[in-house]
Design a binder for this molecule. Structure first.
Ligand code: NDP
Length: 214
């Protein structure tokens, strides 16, 4: 299997890249600045064109749109949530995912069993909406919407699209108090991606298999 994972320099992306390498798959783990994989800043259209050129006409069986930021963690309503943070977050977490899929769609179409995994978050659910983290929540809700629409549009082409919550994971983003280890999250996500098919395309699931409310 050929796998391309965005944001593979650290955290969940790096863990997933290692998981697929360990099982003998061919992995392209992209990095914005670091890492040894192809370069990709998901906010930059020229970077997407360069990545597509570097990948060439190789088929991609699994695309994992993982790169993301959480810039408004702990912000207060009175003083936080600046307009510039809204713009930066949406550029990475929403536009970045769409541009990645768009740039690599020709490669995905070359696969015999193509899948796209969008890493959103439980915090993007409209049902589970306790307030706070307005920018991050809105970005993850928007990318859930992008994933659901891609699933509908690409189903006739045989491309399955799933949207996932990785758990609250001990990474730079999740922090040391998070409930789930990197290994647990990676193993859980990989088994969810294995279970993704045209039958359940458009699913919104957690790493442990829980179906999440939209
Ligand atoms: P980390 O902060 O540990 O890693 C984020 C990754 O995204 C890094 O590789 C980073 O690259 C990359 N990235 C950020 N901005 C860009 C960009 N503009 N272009 C390309 N790559 C970029 O996060 P996690 O591993 O914890 O999170 C991975 C995904 O899981 C994210 O989408 C996150 O929202 C989601 N998630 C995480 C949860 C958690 O508890 N950890 C909970 C729910 C969802 P660089 O090293 O260059 O900064």
């Amino acid at each position: 299997m050929r796998v391309l994972i965005t944001g593979a320099t650290r955290g969940i992306g790096a863990g997933l890249a290692q998981h697929y390498r360990d099982q003998g798959d061919s992995v392209m783990g992209t990095g914005r600045i670091g890492g040894d994989g192809p370069r990709l800043d998901v906010t930059d259209p020229e970077s997407h064109s360069a990545l597509a050129a570097a990948v060439g006409d190789v088929p991609i069986d699994l695309l994992v749109c993982n790169a993301g930021v959480y810039l408004d963690k702990g912000h207060a309503m009175e003083s936080g949530y600046s307009a510039s943070l809204w713009a930066e977050t949406l550029a990475v977490n929403v536009t970045g995912v769409f541009l990645t899929v768009q740039a690599l769609l020709p490669n995905i179409r070359r696969s015999t069993a193509p899948k796209i995994a969008v890493i959103s978050s439980k915090m993007g659910s409209h049902t589970l909406a306790p307030g706070g983290s307005y920018i991050y929540r809105a970005s993850k809700a928007a990318v859930l919407n992008v994933g659901r629409n891609l699933a509908a549009e690409l189903k006739p082409d045989g491309i399955a699209v799933g949207i996932y919550h990785p758990g609250w994971v001990r990474t730079d983003m999740g922090g040391p108090q998070a409930a789930v280890s990197l290994d647990e999250s990676v193993a859980g996500l990989a088994s969810r991606f294995d279970a993704l098919s045209l039958e359940n395309t458009g699913c919104f699931e957690a790493w442990d298999g829980e179906t999440l409310p939209l």
